[in-house]
Design a protein around this ligand. Structure first.
Ligand code: DGY
Length: 321
């Protein structure tokens, strides 16, 4: 990539939707990467051209050592994502570099997607679809290929923040009982009838479907023991982070039939996910796309640009981490 406007304050270091690029060019005369830059490319570019702001993401993971090698010109690292487990935020802050994310932009579409995973996993969407693409030709009788009921079942939500609450709202329309686990109980206005379970281990045997909505970065939550505590025939959903899950234990639970199914959008290794998942018929798999609607991806990019505009104008960021 050749940088032709070295005085530009902003480097957009990853591919973004057209509307976001247009605004970045218009408002900042930004330098726009033609691919998702990796860490070394990003650090080299910022060092060589003295950018004041970068819009970046998980492809350019930033360790404390990477942050230490960034020049003093850099004022803000803006992530258009909600998650920031790909970078050492404390190291950046210690250097006086502001780090922002986009915590609100993707809530509703991510909750839609989590609900899609719930429905698809419980109702065997990928198996039915494969049958149709294979030509069908053999009718199914009353006891064949049965799914698991979603409406009126009990949904366990781990993490009752923005996305967890948005999933709970959808669950109410399905007459589901919602139990949630978080560090503290939410106000009644946010609970809307959801039941607080302060002990994560006590939540596990109480739900038919368990869905994760906590950030990654704090170790493995779904251990072999945790899967063992889930009800036989339960369904596991993850649109949060793959790092939360012991994938060997999850694969064993799915293969043994302890779990009825799983719906997974995130994996410990991405994009090189564990191909054993693809061999299991009772998993509905998607490639980390929960926020991927036109509207949400635009909103995520605009949020990053709003934060950059504020900081470059000497105002406080809107979404500091
Ligand atoms: C997020 O914003 O954290 C989503 O997972 C997309 O990376």
């Amino acid at each position: 990539m050749t940088i032709t406007t070295p005085s530009a304050p902003l480097l957009v270091a990853r591919r973004m939707p057209d509307a976001v690029i247009a605004r970045a060019r218009r408002d900042f005369d930004a330098v726009i990467a033609d691919h998702d830059m990796n860490t070394q490319e990003l650090v080299d570019a910022v060092r060589a051209h003295g950018f004041k702001a970068i819009l970046t993401g998980k492809k350019a993971a930033l360790t404390a050592a990477d942050v230490a090698s960034l020049p003093d010109t850099l004022q803000i690292i803006a992530n258009p994502s909600a998650g920031y487990d790909h970078m050492d935020v404390a190291a950046a802050k210690a250097r006086g570099i502001i780090v922002t994310n986009a915590p609100d932009a993707l809530t509703e579409c991510t909750a839609d997607f989590a609900f899609m995973l719930i429905l698809a996993a419980c109702r065997r969407a990928s198996e039915y679809e494969r049958i149709m693409r294979g030509g069908w030709r053999k009718s199914f009788g009353q006891p064949d290929m049965l799914g698991k009921r979603v409406n009126a079942s009990t949904l366990g939500i781990v993490g009752f923040g923005r996305i967890g609450r948005a999933v709970a709202r959808r669950a109410r329309a399905f007459d589901m009982t919602v139990i949630y686990n978080d560090r503290a109980r939410a106000p009644a206005a946010a609970e809307q009838g959801a039941v607080f379970e302060p002990d994560f281990k006590n939540l596990l045997p109480r739900c038919d479907i368990l869905t994760l909505h906590v950030p990654g970065g704090d170790g493995v939550l779904m251990t072999r023991e945790a899967f063992g505590l889930m009800r036989k025939g339960a369904v596991f959903i993850n649109a949060a982070r793959g790092s939360l899950v012991d994938e060997d234990a999850l694969i064993d639970a799915l293969a043994s039939g302890h779990l009825f199914a799983a719906g997974l959008d995130v994996f410990r290794r991405e994009p090189d996910f564990d191909l054993r998942f693809a061999e299991l018929p009772n998993v509905f798999l998607t490639p980390h796309m929960a926020s991927s609607t036109v509207e949400t991806r635009d909103a995520m990019g605009f949020t990053a640009l709003d934060n950059i505009a504020a900081v470059l104008a000497g105002r406080p960021p809107l979404n500091p981490i």
